[in-house]
Write a protein that binds this ligand. Structure first.
Ligand code: GLY
Ligand code: MN
Ligand code: MN
Length: 451
């Protein structure tokens, strides 16, 4: 047995990415990307390995202890991969390895060497290149190695060998490429979105008073795993009642109470692509009047924000749309008082809405890419994927508002791709209108599934 190609995307997609990056870097540049290091969990147990997103984006190579080198225009080969050697004993204990031969035949490297040869070969590969594009600060061991390789080349300059004069962050050339998703990538993201929407539906169907938050988490994890997700894209949040007001609540260990809402923020990671969905719904299947009133405000804000996702619109436009609708709703329901424009200008909504309306989404849940260019919020372009996730959170001890609102936390989050015409919601299969949520939960109760 041996390593197999496991990405849902085909090798040509990865070759195109490398070609695009090398085009951006130019013939004087060289790209170095180390694989993610394995992470110890406790004693001799490690976390399940997850490849570095930049490394995977350029190679689909799934193993640790590897180094990717791109050398535009190099006659002996532009794509060089250093990796672990094949080792029968180690593979029996720890899993299959591609080895340098697999790196070439399966992953398309022009040349491949065992990682132990990096110190010897890197100074030679760096010679004559002017700018090194590599990460900095994320892996101290790699920073030290690269510093050593650069010193080794500089030591040879008297022999007429030119050494790199700059170490530039890889982010500056690679992340603009990752920000714009290809059709093939969007296909994978749609699959991640669909299976994550199914997970949310399953959790809604399983909810009932007396169940524990972790029981709903189990339904999510079951669905993710069933569809081939090796992990959730981030720690799942299942917060009943006022736990929904803790924005990064992940304890998920309390019982769900009749009459409360429950907020679930969870998404699967499929082939290194994230989905990120939040739904908030009643534990017993029916919204109370105050819950419904606040929910409708958040939903209207979310729909207004999604409508603002258009090519050419500013990154900030969905946030501004959401803030306006939230502020108007808070005024209407009596949680704020005053004049709407003045309240927005003063940021009065921040008491109930303390986060922003979204972020880039891709291989990382908070994906790479600049939000501003030259000090201005950047315009949206087709192929960008972002979340739209407004919310309202009324602290349980907020005595300044009517008691009926206290302890209600609501967020609604979808994943949206910018298209030439406007946008498309990838996560539409997760119900979010009051009627659709209540219908799904009632159908299930009538069938006696969620006793
Ligand atoms: N689940 C992380 C976020 O919504 O940003
Ligand atoms: Mn999010
Ligand atoms: Mn989220």
């Amino acid at each position: 047995m041996s390593v197999t190609w496991s990405s849902l995307l085909d090798p040509a997609e990865f070759a195109r990415r490398r070609a695009r990056l090398m085009q951006a870097v130019g013939p004087d540049g060289v790209v170095l990307v180390p694989a993610a290091p394995p992470l110890r969990r406790n004693r001799d147990t490690e976390y399940r390995y997850r490849q570095d997103s930049d490394f995977y984006y350029l190679s689909a190579f799934p193993e640790p202890h590897a180094l990717l080198v791109l050398l535009p225009g190099r006659p002996e080969g532009e794509f060089v991969l250093f990796c672990q050697p094949r080792d029968r004993e180690m593979e029996i204990w720890n899993g299959y390895r591609a080895g340098p031969e697999g790196a070439r035949t399966l992953f398309g490297a022009d040349q491949a060497f065992v990682i132990g040869e990096a110190d010897q070969r890197l100074p030679e590969l760096l010679a004559g290149r002017r700018v090194v594009y590599a990460p900095q600060g994320s892996q101290p061991a790699f920073d030290a190695q690269l510093t050593g390789w650069l010193s080794a080349v500089r030591a040879k300059t008297r022999a007429g060998i030119a050494a790199p004069v700059a170490w530039q962050l890889l982010d500056s050339v690679l992340h603009p490429l990752r920000l714009l998703k290809s059709d093939a990538e969007l296909g994978v993201m749609q699959r991640a979105a669909d299976l994550s929407a199914e997970a949310h539906r399953r959790a809604m169907q399983a909810a009932a008073p007396g169940r524990f938050e972790y029981e709903l988490e189990a339904e999510l994890l079951h669905t993710f795993a069933r569809h081939g997700c090796t992990a959730p894209a981030y720690g799942s949040i299942v917060g009943g009642g006022a736990n929904a007001c803790v924005l990064h609540y992940t304890e998920n260990n309390r019982p769900l109470h009749d009459g409360d809402l429950v907020l679930i923020d969870a998404g699967g990671e499929l082939d290194h692509y994230a989905a990120d969905i939040t739904r908030t719904f009643p534990v017993n299947g029916r919204f109370s009047a105050p819950q419904k009133a606040l929910y409708e405000v958040v939903l209207a804000a979310q729909l207004a924000a999604i409508a603002a996702v258009q090519p050419g619109a500013s990154w900030q436009a969905p946030h501004e749309a959401a803030v306006r609708v939230l502020t108007e709703g808070l005024l209407r329901l009596g949680l704020l008082s005053g004049e709407v424009d003045a309240l927005i200008a003063a940021g009065a909504y921040r008491r109930f809405y303390m986060h922003r309306t979204g972020h880039w989404l891709g291989m990382d849940v908070h994906d790479v890419g600049e939000y501003q260019l030259d000090g201005q919020w950047r315009p949206l372009q087709p192929g960008m994927v972002l979340t739209v996730e407004p919310g309202l959170y009324v602290a349980p001890d907020d005595d300044s508002v009517d008691a009926q609102w206290r302890g209600i936390g609501i967020r609604i989050e979808d994943d949206v791709v910018v298209t030439p015409e406007g946008c498309r919601v990838l996560t539409a299969a997760a119900p979010k209108s009051v009627a659709d949520i209540e219908a799904l939960m009632a159908a299930d109760r009538a069938a006696g599934v969620a006793a």
